[in-house]
Design a protein around this ligand. Sequence first.
Ligand SMILES: [Cu+2]
Length: 296
Amino acid sequence: MRVHLPKRAGRVGLLAMASAGMLLLGACSSADDRSIRRLAQPVGATDRTDSMHDLWMGSWLAAVIIGVLVWGLIGYACLKFRRRRDDEIPVQTRYNLPIEILYTVAPVIVVLVLFYFTVVTQNEVLAEANESGPPDHTVTVVGQQWSWTFNYDEDEALDGSTTVYDVGTPADRPTLVLPVNESVDIQLRSPDVIHSFWVPAFLFKLDVVPGRDNHFGFTPTRTGTFVGRCAELCGTYHSRMLFDVRIVSAEEYASHLRRLQQLGNVGQNLGGSEVNQQNGLQNEVQDNDQSTGASE
Ligand SMILES: [Cu+2]
């Protein structure tokens, strides 16, 4: 027996879909519009983001082509090989070797192609900040339960030998300040558990692992303020492990470092057992004793 959808149900469904579509389109601002054209990826802010964006768009393109192909074949098979009469059984096919080879080989090719482009992009993204020498700036970022410390290591913007730091709390989110168009190397350290340094506008995140010195480099390409967060569930206040990234001119960057120096935030601060003595963290409630890095 064939299944007949009542005509009315079909029309009601179409009408509902059309009005939902209109509502969605009507709610679009130009920012949404740009976001739709980038398939929801934020506009990048470093010299590494273009290659990541290309990989993102390419992966979607591959997915759409394969999706349309598969849906098309399913639709074709449903129509072509459907049962036409109640007393007839359609042709039953089993063990079709060419088809079995095809559906084994095709996905392997798809995976290999995606893998190749992923490796190429990864090499570009993880290349040293400045491939012909040391980076212009090195910032040691410490993720600790539940905020961030930013150490500006012996920066030329000060005197080349003084390290200053800025430290945040869950209630008072810290800001990482970086100069535009100058290369920076980010060193990641954790005194307690695994965190993850994530700035959506950098289209990049990297785990902050205790005992492992992860680092990555880039050059910020446009000024502005961007949000950052911890992307690894790291304890009670994980969701408050927020920070801002401000990309500014070289002069503003230098004056930020001088301000930190005047505040007395001098020396490298790697968190852990020092957390309770840090400027601004003295009154933080440490309700997880292991989190204070007592093993140091
Ligand atoms: Cu965290």
